[in-house]
Design a protein around this ligand. Sequence first.
Ligand code: 9MR
Length: 341
Amino acid sequence: MLLALIAGVIASLPAMTQPSEITLRSLAQQHEINIGAAVSIGALRKDSTYREVLAREFNTVTPENVMKFEPIHPERDRYNFTDADELVAFANAHQMQLRGHTLVWHQQLPDWLTAGEWTQAELMDILQQHIYTLVGRYRGQIAAWDVVNEAVGGKDSLRKNIWLEKIGSDYIDLAFRWAHEADPQAKLFYNDYGGEGLGEKSDAIFAFVKELQQRRVPIHGVGFQMHKTIKNPPLPEEVAENMKRLNELGLEVQITEMDVQIHNGTGTRDERLVAQAKVYRDMLGVCLEASNCTAFVTWGFTDKYTWIPGFVGQPDEPLIFDESYRPKPAYNALVDVLKNS
Ligand code: 9MR
């Protein structure tokens, strides 16, 4: 009875207080892979457990929001680097790599930009200065940049956005070239969702990046966001096949924003957490098998801070630590894959 009570108390302690040598970070080092998480600046500031678990378990961070256009460039002639600098300092202090996210997107744009009546030349100038300023400031400190995010529409088409409408389809080539000029060492990525397996979207992305290469645009890889659900899990064979064909183009692949929703699955909560663990296991397994998959990044790491409930309008637990920072089956699955492959 007493033993059971003690065991119960120990199990309920936050993970960080349990002695444990093995972390995702230490295992990732043996595989020479980047294991990362998107970081919320608010949580980083206020939550010391968040900071401890982040630095203990991961060797890579992606700013969830603070390097996006709106927060970092709030007026045409003014930048606000406070939050981004703080995150970069945290990464440096803990010897973590950074993925920069994101230079060109259709969301989180400031009003001054979207409401302005720009000529083509003016908007090109704005984008060029934005990229030079941001990439230049962190030159040498950001291993990989998501240069262009979610630009592919359907087959043979680009998403309609302010950049396409006012600059023309050239905006993508230009963004990559400017980013490369500003930091020739940074790996430059095209990042998107829904194109992880095989199908129309991944074919469109494949054709698109191949054309960039044919025009000698400096692109080094493709980011697979990997926002998934246990209801429609990605098929490992398909993701592997997709990584392989990108490898044949000489491109890296990184899993950049993984999370796995469970609210719309079937079974008990425990069963759904097991199904979720399988999706994480499968995707890390595929990444470790693929010679060109160089990073595995989740979009947050604790269910305490995740964009999913706000987005789907339902409670959910899409990440690998629970709200109290206890490792979930998904965490154990990742450890297991790293240990055994
Ligand atoms: O997680 C981000 C959330 O906090 C923001 O409100 C949202 C704005 O659209 O962007 C989220 O991050 C997105 C990422 O930058 C690009 N891929 C999709 C992510 C989820 O929307």
